[in-house]
Design a binder for this molecule. Structure first.
Ligand code: NAD
Length: 490
């Protein structure tokens, strides 16, 4: 249940199901209510100033300890995420590592930028200092597809910058968030500073974003919900608050005839179908050259035959389930609604999957163009479009017109082609001659533009500042009888 002021409830009623076998209830979670919201805000209001005054070095020590604790509990989290979130073991390993990286990276950033004021230049007889401080209480709202990494990353960043945090995880993966908050508290985050309020978006998420004592919102999820939160914040009385929103994408890869066949096929299949396509960065549209498209499509089909679907807790499984029945229904409806513009080329349909499950078979669709694609298709569905790489200007504007800007893939041996694609399609993260997923903290700071997000990039050097207020102090030292720096001159 909720964790408020260090206390958690255990009388949960809400069944949390295992996505690959819906007959298994992995636990019961108690949703937070209006009283929990009030209690959490009262506690953060009291506790945040002391947390902020602690400074970046003291907060960094606690975040590093959280990183260590996550590492010590790696096996536990991999098992929990495979049961609750349908994550394969390999995805689980990468996810725990990413959560650890976030803790350590933001710890370093807090030490560097949040520990003491920076001295600025100014005229003789005056000192000028700039310092960064927490904004108050941040509400962190996260999705189910990275139940540990994104959850931990948002919370660690807000804490590192000196904020108190009220975290609202996705309803599907509340247990993973519960265990992560327990570890944050064990690592030394004061109980008044961090609270967990599980529950659904409308009944818990929405009231949190309306609260009078809110200092800012960090959100990762769909573009639609980001818009709702943006409207709610705009309608509030009082200070105008920051919204950091990381949202979905309509991600494409452009291949030319100089690309290496095996490498392209491997990267397309892993980028589109890995994690059952439930990554915001996943490849949705592969533009294949007219001249080599048939050969590449044959290769993709062959590689799809090798994909092992099944229980995500088995080491042999490549692709687990989609998160729940709603997600599966949305994908089925999408396939049923495909118009004349599209043709299904292949669906992987293995035998022997459990009856009560939410598997959606990886699907390859050929489209003439992407005009009919209105929004992100969040699952293992890859669209291919044939095109002439010498006429990039015929297809790139169609993609740009969708206004998303998250990830982009390019496969080519020609630097000029790569540059041309990058000039034509503006996105947050571009990957050349490799897969398009798996951004590493501090190495590929992650996040999009346009409909894909507000920035700044998670795991990047400009992230923490967005969680902070900046204050300057100017002192007329002449009024104290002179500038001590000048007196010290020899
Ligand atoms: P979602 O938008 O449905 O839900 C995200 C969170 O918002 C959940 O915790 C949900 O309970 C909450 N929520 C729902 N309605 C709300 C409301 N009215 N007010 C406040 N909170 C509310 O997204 P999802 O299905 O959990 O996640 C998948 C989406 O997340 C995809 O679109 C994916 O592309 C995106 N995503 C983006 C990134 C990124 O970094 N850009 C990373 C991961 C996922």
């Amino acid at each position: 249940g909720p964790i408020v002021d260090g206390k958690s409830s255990t009388d949960g009623k809400h069944d949390v199901l295992c996505p690959h076998d819906l007959s298994r209830v992995i636990g019961k979670m108690k949703w937070a209510g209006p009283k929990d919201i009030e209690k959490a805000f009262e506690a953060t209001k009291k506790a945040q100033p002391t947390w902020d005054e602690k400074g970046g070095v003291a907060r960094a020590d606690i975040l590093r300890e959280m990183g260590n604790k996550l590492e010590e509990n790696m096996d536990f989290f991999i098992a929990l995420m495979s049961r609750e979130g349908g994550k394969t073991l390999a995805d689980g390993v990468a996810e725990v590592r990413e959560a650890v990286d976030f803790c350590r990276y933001y710890a370093h950033e807090a030490e560097t930028h949040f520990n003491q004021p920076t001295r600025l230049p100014g005229p003789t007889g005056e000192t000028n200092h700039l310092s960064l401080h927490g904004r108050g209480t941040f509400v962190c709202i996260s999705p189910w597809n990275f139940p540990l990494a994104i959850f931990t990353g948002q919370v660690a960043a807000a804490l590192a910058a000196g904020n108190a945090v009220i975290a609202k995880p996705a309803e599907q993966t509340s247990f993973t968030a519960f265990e992560a908050v327990k570890l944050f508290l064990e690592a030394g985050v004061p109980k008044g500073v961090l609270h967990l309020l599980p529950g659904d978006g409308e009944t818990i998420g929405a009231p949190l974003t309306k609260h009078k004592d809110l200092g800012g919102v960090c959100f990762t999820g769909s573009t639609e919900v980001a818009r709702l939160i943006n409207k709610t914040l705009a309608d509030r009385e009082g200070p105008i608050l920051p919204l950091i929103a990381e949202t979905g994408g309509m991600n494409a890869m452009f291949v030319d005839t100089t690309a290496l066949r095996e490498q392209v096929i491997d990267d397309i299949v892993s980028s589109a179908f890995g994690s059952a396509g439930q990554r915001c960065s996943a490849l949705r549209i592969a533009y294949l050259p007219d001249d080599t498209a048939d050969m590449l499509i044959d290769g993709i089909k062959g590689a799809m035959d090798e994909l092992q679907l099944g229980d995500p807790a088995l080491p042999s499984t490549d692709i687990g389930p989609v998160i729940d029945k709603d997600a599966e229904t949305t994908l089925v409806n999408y396939l049923n609604g495909l118009g004349k513009n599209a043709k299904i080329l292949k669906r992987v349909a293995p035998d022997g999957l459990p009856e009560k499950q939410t598997f959606f078979f990886p699907t390859l669709i050929e489209m003439k163009n992407i005009e009919s694609m209105e929004r992100e298709v969040f699952g293992p569905v890859l669209h291919v479009v044939r095109y002439d790489p010498d006429r990039l200007n015929k297809v790139a504007p169609q993609l740009e017109a969708k206004d998303y800007g998250l990830t982009l893939g390019i496969h080519s041996r020609l630097e000029s082609f790569s540059r041309e694609v990058r000039d034509a399609v503006k996105v947050g993260n571009t990957y050349v001659n490799r897969s398009m997923t798996g951004a590493v903290v501090g190495v590929q700071p992650f996040g999009g533009e346009g409909l894909s997000g507000t920035g700044p990039k998670a795991g990047g050097p400009h992230y923490l500042q967005r969680f902070a207020v900046e204050r300057t102090v100017t002192v007329n030292t002449a009024a104290q009888g002179g500038d001590p720096d000048l007196l010290n001159l020899t």
